[in-house]
Design a protein around this ligand. Structure first.
Ligand code: AHR
Length: 500
């Protein structure tokens, strides 16, 4: 099969906000405990932070990390996780039916973020708590000093404010599973008032309201409109959550989730703009896809909870395969192409829990298949996202009547001159001869890197003993002459081609 891509240096979608390369660390299962934090592990530093995981997080190219939940957030008392460790309470976590030891909390997370070089994103509990807790928490975190709570932070050893910029107003508040779930009116009002006072404490912050828990919620779309109708003036973002599934075990249908994500983004943007139009407002609410990933294999009752209120039991440790990596790569391309509205996104989660990184307690850490397209996109997608005109063959799928084989995006980093092509070949049977016309970039270009993620077996996985089964490999046939780039993309492959 063949495909053609035209790009012109004069036509850009938007600058790319690199916060789209975020991930998520929840107090759930083994994400915090034996994930990023495992005192006594052979690689742990004096804080108990696993350095093997810290190093892989850097390699993954993560920019921002959401914390502390998730469903966990809606029952969390932040005070439990600060101050002397021996005084911290053990509590029942009703989100995951586990015992939370609070050995790790806000200040440890900030230390971890600073060490790894990522920005923290925090949530405030709007399930069991509300406006008063939120104003106290942000005062503890961000106020320089001279008040009870900012001095409390100082007494805990943190003289400088944490300066946390990005705040989520609760989590999945429309979900009946949520501790303290709310109607759209209840939540919209709570989000409005909480956002208002949080910004009074620190005017420099950005605030994100909860959108629907997923696009299939019965209240989807009405929820977004109603919530934003209440809190439009005080928030900057609305969140989207999506977990891709493969109910019919069909790779082609599964890869149609790329279209579904695109519809979801465009629908939520349209709803936010409808709220703006109703107010004759030019303000544009941006989108934060603050939970997204493949998650369906580890979804049974045993995956979600274990009996006996255990401490950090293994939960939803999804093992990713080749087709998952293709979908994650394709979804990243969709995020790039929606860079004008999606300014933040968090792959959920970072480690062990539906994570690109896996660990064994006391043992090694390794990269799951989905690690690779994420790391390569985070490494190379910089600067502006360009408009593309793509033509390729297509197939009829359940998601859309015409699903193009080629899914692509192009970025340009004006500071380095790099123009990068991201391309997924959804033709699972045939290679794709891709021609790219790079118009208006000037100079002579060469290909400086060309990598593919693919494997003949769509169900191939990376394990502790075989961690590199699915890993990037060079694209064998790629070249550029003047402004024309030619590459042969393997059947069912995700590719990145860097030119300079
Ligand atoms: O990421 C796992 C869970 O999925 C989160 O806690 C929740 O927000 C979502 O339902």
């Amino acid at each position: 099969t063949s495909a053609r891509l035209i790009v012109d240096a004069d036509f850009a979608i938007s600058d790319l906000d690199r916060r789209v390369f975020g991930t998520f660390v929840e107090h759930m299962g083994r994400c915090v405990y034996t994930g990023i934090f495992e005192p006594g592990h052979s690689t742990a530093d004096e804080n108990g932070f696993r350095q093997d995981v810290a190093e892989l997080t850097r390699e993954l190219g993560v920019t921002i990390v959401r914390y502390p939940g998730g469903n966990f957030l809606s029952g969390y008392n932040w005070e439990d996780g600060v101050g002397p460790k021996e005084q911290r309470p053990r509590r029942l976590d009703l989100a995951w039916f586990s015992t939370e030891t609070n050995a790790f909390g806000t200040n440890e997370f900030i230390d971890w973020c600073r060490q790894v070089g990522v920005e923290p994103m925090f949530g405030v509990n709007l399930g069991t708590r509300g406006i008063d807790d939120a104003r106290r928490f942000i005062e503890y975190c961000n106020h320089p000093g001279g008040t009870e709570l900012s001095e409390l932070r100082k007494s805990h050893g943190y003289d400088k404010p944490h300066d946390i910029k990005f705040w989520c107003l609760g989590n999945e508040m429309d979900g009946p599973w949520q501790i303290g779930a709310k109607t759209a009116v209840e939540y919209g009002r709570a989000a409005h008032e909480t956002a208002k006072v949080m910004r009074w404490v620190d005017p420099s912050i950005e605030l994100s309201a909860c959108g629907s828990s997923n696009r299939d919620m019965a209240t989807y779309a009405r929820w977004e409109y109603e919530v934003l109708d209440h809190c439009f003036d005080h928030v900057d973002f609305i969140s989207l959550h999506t977990y891709f599934m493969n109910p019919h075990d069909s790779t082609e249908e599964f890869l149609g989730n790329i279209e579904l994500l695109d519809y979801f983004i465009k629908e939520v943007a349209a709803i936010a703009d409808a709220v703006a139009a109703n107010r004759r407002s030019q303000k544009r609410i941006m989108l934060s896809l603050d939970e997204w990933n493949v998650w369906y294999k580890a979804r049974g009752h045993d995956d979600l909870r274990k009996p006996g209120w255990p401490e950090h039991p293994p939960l939803i440790e999804e093992v990713y395969n080749t087709e998952d990596a293709l979908l994650i790569g394709g979804a990243l391309i969709t995020l790039l192409n929606n860079a004008d509205r999606v300014k933040c996104a968090c792959l959920a989660q970072l480690v062990n829990i539906i994570g690109p990184i896996m660990t064994e307690p006391g043992g090694p850490a390794w990269r799951q298949t989905i690690f690779h397209p994420f790391a390569l996109t985070a490494k190379y997608a910089r600067g502006r996202v360009l408009r593309t005109l793509a033509t390729s063959g297509s197939f009829a799928g359940k998601t859309a009547e015409e699903m193009p084989y080629l899914i692509s995006a192009v970025t340009e980093d004006e500071s380095t001159g790099e123009v990068v092509i991201f391309a997924l070949n959804r033709n699972l049977a045939e290679p794709m001869d891709l021609k790219v016309e790079l118009r208006g970039f000037g100079g002579t270009r060469e290909v400086t890197e060309a990598l593919q993620v693919s494997h003949p077996n769509m169900k191939a996985v990376n394990t502790k003993d075989a961690p590199n089964t699915v890993a990037p490999a060079p694209i064998k046939s790629v070249g550029i002459e003047n402004d024309a780039l030619n590459a042969r993309l393997m059947p069912g492959s995700w590719n990145v081609i860097v030119t300079k």
